[in-house]
Write a protein that binds this ligand. Structure first.
Ligand code: AMP
Ligand code: MG
Length: 447
């Protein structure tokens, strides 16, 4: 058990590193259809079985040509090519493109063999069988449905191109046999699209974690309490908020409900979580120094508390340990503290449990828009708004300002924020214009 007389001085980064090191990825996997894999973590390296794209294709609507034929073309000295065919999306040319020839082509259509560049429509003049320049080209000219009155027989090319111009090459995105995504990748919608582009219908991911969520406190009204609150009672913001966090992080929240500040009730709730097969348990409230703060004692009685109190504001009363072997996070009751400590200390552990390859949170250097004070002696994570400001000389700096009062009960101040402003424990004041680090929070993690 942590020494209770020692002041809470474990820096946040150290607490996070210790917590992450104390948990192991769960060793259970499942195969899911790719569209259900969003938010989950891959447990297989995904290799391309074929080249993507599968053939060279045109990036423009225009004419496929042999670049060598038009090396000398200019607006004044055009090069004439015979138009010998057309190739539409999903079609293939029935013969190669010979010297002096061009194929009309649309975006996405395969390049005919021996053609090696595409010239956009805008760069050519279409010419009729009897040598007239056709007006209205390309629109209103030469449809694919036989509706055109006059098909171009040739084109006058007005620019020179080099091999590869406006051609997307076979295998440019992924080569057959290459690894497109590594095990440990968190699947975002873009990864779903990549999986689809590789022809995958199913993918192996970590089994969905089950994470118990318990709210503690004698003052909590039942979640379904209708009508005015009894005197002294408050709504339970943390239970639903933390379950939503767990959902966001790709895990399954297990609602352990509420417990009063009573060790037996809290123990019983944690035991329900263990019996329910939870991979981790998160509680809020009752983890501070008060006589009724029971969470640590309950955890210590059935396991051990390895971290208690972090050098952090908001959120110093934070405990991490194991309850009957299950990782247990005791978060503070103040709703802002609960959500911020969840993000800083619980989310990385859940990511590790899911087998995700961890990366550091996105931080940007910013300047303080106003003077900031830190009299807490702890590292402070202020709820802030950061925005890009452009100076007259064009230079861009990020300006960060707090969202107002930093009371740790004020959820509205967190809801308005798009960043957490980090002020180190040793810094008591940051003057307006001073340098800051901010962690972006308004960034969707799964786009
Ligand atoms: P505690 O950490 O138990 O000392 O609680 C700190 C503050 O957070 C107190 O004002 C509690 O009433 C409040 N609080 C505790 N749990 C919740 C909860 N589930 N929802 C909203 N506020 C809470
Ligand atoms: Mg309490």
């Amino acid at each position: 058990m942590a020494d209770e007389n020692r002041p809470g001085r474990m820096p946040v980064d150290e607490a996070r590193a210790r917590i992450v090191a104390a948990v192991e990825p769960v060793d259970a996997h499942e195969r899911v259809p790719i569209i259900q894999s969003v938010g989950r973590v891959l447990v297989e390296d995904v290799a391309a079985t074929g080249d993507v794209p599968p053939f060279d294709y045109s990036a423009m609507d225009g004419y496929a040509v042999r670049a060598a034929d038009v090396r000398a073309a200019t607006d004044r000295g055009v090069v004439r090519l015979r138009v010998v065919g057309r190739v539409g999306a999903g079609e293939v040319a029935n013969r190669p493109c010979g010297p002096g020839e061009a194929w009309r082509i649309v975006t996405g259509a395969p390049i005919p063999p021996e053609a090696d560049a595409v010239i956009p429509y805008e760069m050519v003049r279409a010419v009729s069988r009897d040598g007239r320049v056709l007006e209205g080209h390309p629109r209103g000219f030469g449809g694919w449905d036989g509706s055109e009155t006059e098909v171009e027989a040739a084109i006058d090319v007005t620019i020179s191109v080099v091999a590869g111009d406006d051609v997307r090459s076979r295998g440019e995105d992924h080569r057959a046999g290459s690894v497109a995504m590594r095990a440990g990748t968190r699947v975002r919608p873009v990864e779903v699209a990549v999986l689809a582009s590789l022809g995958r219908e199913w993918v192996w991911v970590t089994r969905r974690l089950r994470v118990g969520v318990l709210s503690t406190g004698d003052e909590l009204a039942g979640r379904d309490h209708a009508g005015p609150l009894p005197p002294g009672a408050i709504r339970d913001a943390n239970g639903p908020g933390l379950m939503a966090m767990v959902t966001r992080d790709g895990a399954m929240p297990v609602d352990l409900g509420q417990a009063p500040d009573d060790p037996e009730a809290i123990r019983a709730a944690f035991l329900r979580g263990v019996e329910d097969g939870c991979d981790a348990i998160v509680s809020s409230g009752g983890v501070s120094m008060g006589d009724r703060d029971m969470v640590r004692h309950v955890v210590g009685g059935e396991g051990e508390v390895s971290i208690w109190r972090v050098d952090l504001r908001p959120g110093k009363p934070f405990a991490f340990g194991r309850f009957r072997g299950v990782p247990l996070f005791g978060l503070p009751g103040n709703p802002v503290s609960a959500l911020v400590t969840y993000d800083l200390l619980v989310a990385p552990a859940l990511r590790r449990l899911q087998g995700e390859t961890l990366t550091n949170p996105v931080e940007v250097p910013a300047v303080a828009a106003v003077r900031l004070a830190n009299d807490s002696g702890r590292e402070q994570f202020m709820r802030g708004i950061v925005r890009a400001v452009q100076a007259p000389d064009g230079a861009i700096t990020w300006h960060a300002s707090p969202t107002g009062s930093q009371g740790s009960g004020l959820l509205s101040s967190l809801a308005r924020a798009n960043c957490l402003i980090r002020v180190p424990a040793t810094v008591t004041e940051v003057p307006a214009g001073g340098a800051l680090r901010v962690t972006l929070t308004g960034v969707a993690p799964l786009w």
